[in-house]
Design a protein around this ligand. Structure first.
Ligand code: ATP
Ligand code: MG
Ligand code: MG
Ligand code: MG
Length: 513
């Protein structure tokens, strides 16, 4: 019998506590505190950032944890593949062991290797390891020491592979602690032939996926991009919990595990939709429904994590979009209005024992969600009649979330006339700029609009227009009075928006009987 996800998580933590003297530290909330460089906590290391930078003393030299992570937006943004592949989620758990100025490369590799082959019983002939092959741009040398460590642990040469900084130099964002890393990848098929299968490493294949990243934190990337050496060397590792569970439960994707199947079950029972069909092939008939199952299950985990940690959709637009997308999926695909209300208690049941806030805050989570649902329903009902008309004639636009963008109607009309003249279906930079500047669409909406209309965006052209506009405003706004007047207008405008929002909040949140 294969171990449950809870048993697997516990085995990981126990191994580092009992065999290697680590101390357990609980997951930080997914809301980044005091760190404006990221919108969500995206890795186990975020909460330890100031320890790495030498600004704070560690609670212990050796730490083990399982961290709630979200990768939507920023340097690590996986939103566009979520639901389409079987191993990237918006919310996932990262299992990690940490050395704050204690052990370094050799011990870290050894501990990881021994855990995988020992307690977890993974056949090492399915594993490949990678190391940093150097980067001329960063003027950093190849990590030969790391290669030799893997050799000394008995990994054959044809399973030790070098990669550049894209895959083997880990950075949290544009600034912060960073360093070369070594990764363990796993073949989902047994008896693999390294000369053929090694080509799949880091190639985006669902059959050979990255499992564990061991980062050798020894640098800090500063504003402006330069790299400085840190006073001490640290170990920061991150293993994808859902990927590990899939392997140990003998499944080919993360969704086929006890972390997701019960959620699919709930969706199915409540909606009466056909059952989940395990389909990843876009040309298959079942693909659309299965992708909806995966996306909805994924998003409800992310929504639960965010709301239980006190993040508000008012403050985080990415979260609000994901909530709205999930509501649309519930309505359009599963024909149910409040499916999220039924799924989220299931998520809380699965993850609550590990992250108690998902249990204790469940009533708050559901209340905020009702509020969001009411705002969204009201917006869709009351939004500009022309927007409604365009959207009902062009269902694909629903996903763009334009209900509160009054500038959308003229923008869309103009897009339809211009579209036929775009070369190679690329939206030129000046038009993208116009969508933002004249019609007031935000960048995410413009990207989504382009996507659903089958268009590309000339990003460089757009950035040039932005830069030009900045120059222009320097000249024309040199008069302090004009600046005052403009900022007055802006604040009137945003106050107006706030009022609309409050109107919905109070009318709908408190007057529902
Ligand atoms: P990938 O190359 O597969 O996108 P990554 O290199 O971006 O992964 P890391 O930043 O190295 O990932 O994070 C450490 C580990 O977290 C990965 O080895 C993987 O197991 C897991 N992981 C990363 N992103 C996701 C995600 N979106 N969903 C689930 N697990 C993830
Ligand atoms: Mg990634
Ligand atoms: Mg990777
Ligand atoms: Mg990685």
């Amino acid at each position: 019998k294969s171990p449950s996800s809870s048993e697997i998580r516990k085995m990981f933590v126990d191994y580092f506590i009992e065999e290697h003297g680590h101390t357990f530290v609980r997951s930080s909330p997914v809301v980044p505190f005091c760190d404006p460089t990221v919108a969500f906590v995206n890795a186990g290391m975020n909460q330890f950032k100031s320890i790495f930078l030498g600004k704070e003393q560690p609670m212990a030299r050796r730490v083990v944890n399982s961290q709630k992570c979200i990768r939507v937006g920023g340097k690590h943004n996986d939103l566009s593949v979520v639901g389409k592949d079987g191993y990237h989620h918006t919310f996932f758990e990262m299992l990690g062991n940490w050395s704050f100025g204690d052990y370094f490369k050799k011990e870290a590799c050894e501990m990881a290797w021994n855990l995988l082959r020992g307690p977890f019983g993974i056949d090492t002939s399915r594993l490949y390891v990678t190391y940093f092959g150097g980067d001329e741009g960063l003027s950093l040398p190849a990590d030969i020491e790391c290669r030799e460590i893997w050799r000394s642990l008995g990994v054959p040469d044809d399973r030790i592979l070098a990669f550049g900084s894209r895959d083997n130099f880990w950075e949290m964002g544009t600034t912060g602690p960073c360093g070369p890393c070594t990764e363990i990848h796993i073949d989902h098929l047994p008896n693999s032939n390294p000369s053929i299968r090694s080509k799949l490493v880091n190639a985006g294949s669902p059959d050979l996926t990255e499992l564990w990243n061991l980062v050798f934190i020894q640098y800090n990337r500063k504003d402006g991009g330069s790299i400085e050496t840190l006073p001490e060397k640290h170990i920061d590792t991150g293993m994808g919990m859902e990927r590990l569970v899939a392997i140990l439960q003998g499944k080919s994707t993360n969704y086929d595990t006890d972390l997701f199947l019960p959620i699919f079950d709930t969706i199915q029972k409540i909606s009466n939709a056909p059952s989940y069909g395990y389909e990843f092939e876009p040309s298959s008939e079942k693909y659309a429904l299965d992708t909806a199952y995966r996306t909805l299950a994924d998003h409800s985990r992310m929504i639960t994590a965010c709301l239980a940690d006190g993040m508000l959709p008012d403050q985080n637009h990415k979260l609000r979009r994901i909530i709205r997308k999930s509501m649309l999926l519930s309505n359009n695909v599963f024909q149910r209005n409040n499916l999220l209300h039924e799924i989220i208690p299931k998520v809380s049941e699965i993850l609550g024992p590990t992250y108690p806030e998902m249990q204790t805050k469940l009533p708050n989570v559901l209340e905020i969600l009702s509020h969001e649902q009411e705002i969204f329903t009201a917006l869709r009902r009351n939004c500009n009649a022309n927007i409604k008309e365009i959207i009902s004639a062009n269902k694909h636009l629903e996903e763009v979330d334009l209900f509160d963008s009054p500038g959308f109607v003229p923008a869309y009309k103009e897009l339809q006339t211009l579209k036929t003249h775009f070369t190679k279906n690329v939206m030129p930079g000046d038009f993208v700029f116009k969508l933002k500047d004249t019609y007031g669409l935000d960048e995410e909406s413009i990207e989504k609009l382009a996507e659903v209309e089958g268009l590309q965006i000339d990003k460089v052209g757009y950035l040039k227009e932005l830069a030009k506009a900045k120059d222009r405003s320097k000249d024309s706004f040199s008069d302090a009075k004009i600046i005052d007047k403009a900022s007055q207008e802006i604040s009137n405008y945003t106050a107006g928006l706030k009022n609309t929002e409050n109107f919905y909040k109070y009318n709908y949140m408190y007057n529902t009987s």
